[in-house]
Design a protein around this ligand. Structure first.
Ligand code: BEZ
Length: 181
């Protein structure tokens, strides 16, 4: 979990391509870890599932609202990843009216497993999902982790605090102010 390099995986995404025409102008596009992370300083946050309450009411919309403030602190992009397929992730992004946060579908859970963050959520009928965490990632290397407490299978609670955008922004600001002083 504390290896600083992100695992190299391929994400299978659906992207809009208006040249296709018709009512569903999307095509497959494979993107690697490097495609998302190389040469950028980003915030990655990972959550148990698209459309779930805390994720939809707080975490995703709050990252979206605070995007300009993250940019002002030197963050190039904000990525939301979950063990859901690209159709689900794209539908969730659309339903939430998200423009700035990019979604990454880890449908098979390969990335999450290799990050050491895959947990069983059979108690909710979810199967294998991501523990809730976030990280500041610079050029594919984790600079700082924000892992919710209590990592475990079939957890009865859903801790949410350290991986909130408010907490991460506060830590980024403190680090940037220290550097500037
Ligand atoms: C939530 O975001 O509220 C949530 C996440 C996973 C399971 C149940 C709820």
């Amino acid at each position: 979990m504390y290896d600083k390099s992100l695992p190299d995986v391929t994400f299978h995404t659906r992207v809009r391509d208006d040249s296709i025409g018709g009512s569903n102008p999307f095509r497959w596009e494979d993107k690697t870890t490097a495609d998302f992370f190389a040469g950028k300083r980003v915030v990655l946050f990972s959550l148990p599932g698209a459309f779930t309450p805390t994720c939809s009411t707080y975490q995703l919309p709050d990252f979206e609202k605070l995007y300009p403030e993250f940019k002002a602190e030197g963050i190039d992009a904000i990525y939301c990843i979950a063990v859901n397929d690209t159709f689900v992730m794209n539908a969730w992004k659309k339903a939430q009216g998200i423009e700035h946060v990019e979604v990454i579908p880890d449908g098979s859970g390969e990335f999450t497993r290799k990050m050491g963050m895959l947990v069983c959520k059979d108690n909710l009928g979810f199967g294998m999902r991501s523990w809730r965490y976030a990280a500041i990632v610079n050029d594919g290397k984790v600079e700082q982790w924000f892992v919710e407490e209590g990592y475990s299978d079939n957890c009865e609670t859903d801790p949410y605090g350290v991986s909130s955008p408010q907490n991460i922004l506060e830590k980024l600001r403190a680090a940037n102010n220290t550097k500037a002083a």
